[in-house]
Design a protein around this ligand. Structure first.
Ligand SMILES: Nc1ncnc2c1ncn2[C@@H]1O[C@H](COP(=O)(O)OP(=O)(O)OP(=O)(O)O)[C@@H](O)[C@H]1O
Ligand SMILES: [Mg+2]
Length: 360
């Protein structure tokens, strides 16, 4: 049982700073996902929590103990890596037992822990096999088993599912979540896969170039992205961004083509009359009666996916590109004008220069 507190954590490699001050209080039993594109510093942050990288500045506490200078082995943390790092010459049983054996745990206790973990992970039948005789998903479970037997205070995961095929990823994702609900061990999980993040995390830390762009529940991050970066990173297909002008009274957003959209959010007065970026998620457009919608979209390309349909099109003289996602199956001819609406509560506005969210 542990809470983990990061306070203004920085990391530099030589003269290059890659983590620029991250603060987050992770509660006991919480499942936190660190999400962001390649190179944004996810693994570095995780490795600092594990003690595999030094901390350049700031403080990491596990419960009330500052662990900045503690060796990894003394932090009571277990980490699952992307490549599982199983010992190829040892059986599944020995792979799981090894960490306990070198800690000189009594044999009976080791046996009990390994069998219990094997049962939880449905590995009991496979205890005598070597890693090469296992599927990717089974190896992944052995790697988790090796962590579970240690009964650590904190679990760390670094992209543990990225070597698996799409179907197995979905299955293992559910298993990891179920395991967490059973064991309630504080977990910190790194991924660049937003679906994994949204389905696993109690809260997400969305990282943008070494900074926490937003920390919040999956729905908070989806519904009220703090920056344009977060808005574009969460959601698939990605949010549409359109250059727009905020009218002086804040009641409407004017698009490039003199199209006015109602806007109900509270807008700070500094933005009134200014150029802004409007964000609309593809799934938030609605089809309107012919000619009665806010926008007339020229259809360029239609992707019928079965459960829903993606319409790629453009509007206005400068042919601003938009992607619209409609439930169910639709067939539209290329060049058809499609009349579409957006409910005003589904509009997002961002600062044109800084990308930060405008209004509530
Ligand atoms: N040992 C190191 N020495 C120098 N630079 C490093 C070192 N480790 C990482 N970096 C740099 O720090 C930055 C963050 O790397 P990190 O591995 O944390 O990214 P990541 O978010 O985990 O990316 P990925 O999704 O590709 O795994 C990168 O620019 C990387 O090149
Ligand atoms: Mg990484």
């Amino acid at each position: 049982m542990a809470d983990v507190n990061l306070k203004d954590v920085h990391k530099s490699f030589g003269k290059t700073e890659v983590i620029h001050g991250i603060t987050c209080n992770i509660q006991d039993g919480e499942f936190i996902v660190i999400l962001g594109p390649s190179g944004c510093g996810k693994s570095t942050l995780l490795r600092m929590i594990a003690g595999l990288e030094t901390i350049t500045a700031g403080e990491i506490k596990i419960n009330d103990e500052v662990v900045n200078k503690l060796e990894p082995a003394d932090r009571d943390i277990a980490m699952v890596f992307q490549n599982y790092a199983l010992y190829p010459h040892m059986t599944v049983y020995k792979n799981m037992a090894y960490g306990l054996k070198i800690r000189r745990m009594p044999k009976a206790e080791i046996e009990q822990r390994v069998h219990r973990a094997a049962e939880i992970l449905e590995l009991t039948e496979l205890l005598d096999r070597k890693p090469r005789q296992l599927s990717g998903g089974q190896r992944q479970r052995v790697a988790m088993g090796r962590c579970i037997v240690r009964e650590p205070k904190v679990f760390l995961f670094d992209e543990p599912l990225s070597n698996l095929d799409a179907k197995l990823r979905v299955q293992m994702r559910l298993e990891i979540r179920k395991l967490h609900e059973d064991l309630k061990i504080t977990s910190i999980y790194v991924t660049h896969d937003q679906v994994e993040a949204m389905t696993l995390g109690d809260r997400l830390i969305v990282m943008d170039d070494g900074r926490a762009a937003q920390i919040g529940s999956p729905l908070e991050v989806y519904e009220r992205p703090a920056t344009k970066f977060v808005a574009g990173f969460i959601g698939s297909p990605a949010m549409n961004f359109i250059e727009a002008h905020l009218n002086a009274d804040g009641s409407t957003v004017e698009l490039t083509e003199n199209i006015n959209l109602a806007h109900a959010n509270d807008i700070p007065s500094a933005y009134l009359g200014k150029e802004v970026v409007l964000g609309v998620r593809p799934e938030h457009f609605e089809i309107a009666e012919a000619h009665s919608g806010m926008l007339s979209l020229g259809v360029d390309h239609v992707e019928v996916l079965g459960a829903d349909t993606l319409v790629h099109g453009h509007f206005g003289e400068d042919r601003t590109m938009l992607t619209v996602r409609l439930p169910d199956v639709h067939h539209f001819q290329k060049h058809t004008p499609l009349s579409i609406n957006v409910p005003s509560r589904k509009l997002h506005l961002f600062d044109k220069d800084t990308g930060s969210r405008i209004g509530i």
